[in-house]
Design a protein around this ligand. Structure first.
Ligand code: ZN
Length: 307
């Protein structure tokens, strides 16, 4: 077993290691599963194992180049922009066709749900006829948005978020100075995503901001007079926080309230409908934001619906 420097995902790592050991590396891989659980880190390690002539030594020039992001035969697309455009894919495809020095030409793409339809079709052509010794490794947080024609041409490896208890168990020995209550909160706020949990443990400002957001939302979901709710709405909207994160935390909170209520049979039908409607509004807002709708407007309309 390689040292993947990652918590859990045992089954998935075994699948990858079996491909490496048996020499049956696929032309293309797609890692799916929620964001923030380590898919991209695993993909990068996989690339390193494949490219290092010494089976991942972390010392040779290849390993060093890969760590510095300057390896000539490894192309990484990992951008923060809303979409990955066809020009970028075309450029990459021509680079894949150049002669190589390493064992493989590898293309690593993060979040392929960001490919525009034209870019996806362009990528599809290379997946249909992959050049020799070329491997394409992709990740996505939303497999439902990926063309079935792409999925049918890759080796699909599904990753899952962890249960909060599993995460807590694994993180505790790594962060012995963190008190129980904080650890509990971190595991809950990170929704089983180890990457997110570690970020929160390392960054106390981020954790504080998450806690505040969570508390405001908890207040908001309680039965309160309208004028109190409006005040909370102002607080939520005035704070210029990351809208995507906000939606995630909100969705997580509503979902857990719904589950808890259903399990203990303590939910009235009205409340149940309220939570279910809220969840679909949240999902709609998430989709709207993906299409570059003004974040503030989308948020306002969501919150007003949730009153
Ligand atoms: Zn090496």
């Amino acid at each position: 077993m390689y040292n993947w420097k990652i918590i859990g995902h045992k089954k998935q790592l075994e699948l990858i290691e079996n491909d490496i050991k048996s020499g049956s590396i696929a032309h293309a891989y797609l890692f799916t599963g929620p964001s923030g659980i380590g898919k991209f880190s695993i993909a990068k390690m996989f690339v390193n194992i494949l490219q290092c002539p010494n089976n991942l030594c972390n010392k040779c020039s290849t390993c060093k180049q890969l760590q510095a992001g300057s390896h000539p035969d490894t192309i990484v697309i990992k951008n923060n922009k809303a979409s990955i455009k066809i020009e970028q894919i075309r450029d990459v495809i021509s680079r894949l066709q150049m002669t190589k020095q390493a064992r493989y030409k590898i293309l690593l793409i993060k979040s392929i749900e960001k490919l525009t339809p034209e870019a996806a079709n362009s990528l599809l052509k290379i997946l249909e006829e992959p050049p020799a010794d070329t491997i394409i490794i992709m990740t996505t947080g939303n497999v439902r948005e990926i063309l079935p024609t792409i999925i049918s041409r890759v080796r699909l490896i599904k990753f899952n978020a962890y249960s909060q208890n599993f995460l807590k168990e694994k993180l505790k020995p790594l962060y012995p100075d963190t008190d129980d209550q904080t650890m509990e909160q971190v595991c809950s706020l990170s929704m089983g995503k180890s990457g997110k949990a570690i970020k929160l443990l390392k960054d106390s400002n981020l954790l504080a901001s998450y806690r505040t957001m969570y508390n405001i939302l908890c207040e908001f979901l309680k039965d309160k007079p309208l004028h109190t709710k409006f005040k909370l709405v102002e607080e939520i909207i005035a704070d210029d926080r990351d809208t995507k994160e906000f939606l995630e935390v909100f969705t997580h909170l509503v979902r857990s309230k719904l589950h808890k209520g259903l399990n203990t049979q303590s939910l009235t039908n009205n409340k149940k409908d309220y939570y279910l409607n809220l969840l679909s509004s949240l999902e709609r807002t998430r989709v709207l934001l993906k299409h570059n709708i003004n974040a503030r407007l989308a948020l306002e309309s969501l919150i007003l619906k949730a009153l």
